[in-house]
Design a binder for this molecule. Sequence first.
Ligand code: PXP
Length: 249
Amino acid sequence: MASLGVNIDHIANVRQARRGMEPDPVSYALLAELGGADGITVHLREDRRHIQDRDVKLLRSLVRTRLNLEMAATEEMAAIALEIRPDMVTLVPEKRQEVTTEGGLDVAGQRDALQSLVERLQAAQIGVSMFVDADPLQLEACRAMGARWVELHTGSYAEASWAQQPRELARLCEASFMARSLGLRVNAGHGLTYQNVEPIAAIEGIEELNIGHTIVARALAVGLEQAVRQMKALVQNPRTEPLFGSATP
Ligand code: PXP
């Protein structure tokens, strides 16, 4: 059964719209835990557009579940992670102009640059996960680098048309199987919603789903604690009959 990491970046987005004090993502992280979050995920971006350094420090001391810090593979971020010591770092690609993370990290293409960073984080007992596309080349590169976790990018699945979704789902199932055969542990996330999460939650071997936008959106209507509870119920007990029609008409 997969666990649920709740990404609270979008709460910080609302605060940063006024550069003020509220809503405070740290307080909401605690409400997410009350709703059943198994972990709290934040992305400290280089441009600090939503989560701030102060948030990560406070979360480190207040989060009672697990703190997963998403970050670019830079020396600045490595220094912050080594000081704050989250339970896990997820390395993500980062571009200044993007609205949200686009595509997975090219681990195969930047092995030399990533290797020492991964080793230093792991030597400090911080779990390292690599956010990658469901691509065998990338999974092999993660294994070769000695990473213990991957987070499979579910964006292509989430954005696929109704007809294409079964194919994207199959790619994620195969990637989960391959990653585990390589000895990697598997998380997944990006673009998941209350409507599309169940087939992903049912994939064998996926240990944690990281979900943010849809939960924060629903929280506007029902409150964060309840929104997390509703997502957790789907993640823990997904329907296993096909949600999609046949791919062939
Ligand atoms: N996982 C990673 C690596 C991400 O970058 C994000 C978005 O910040 C998420 C999961 C959560 O995506 P969403 O907000 O679309 O649920």
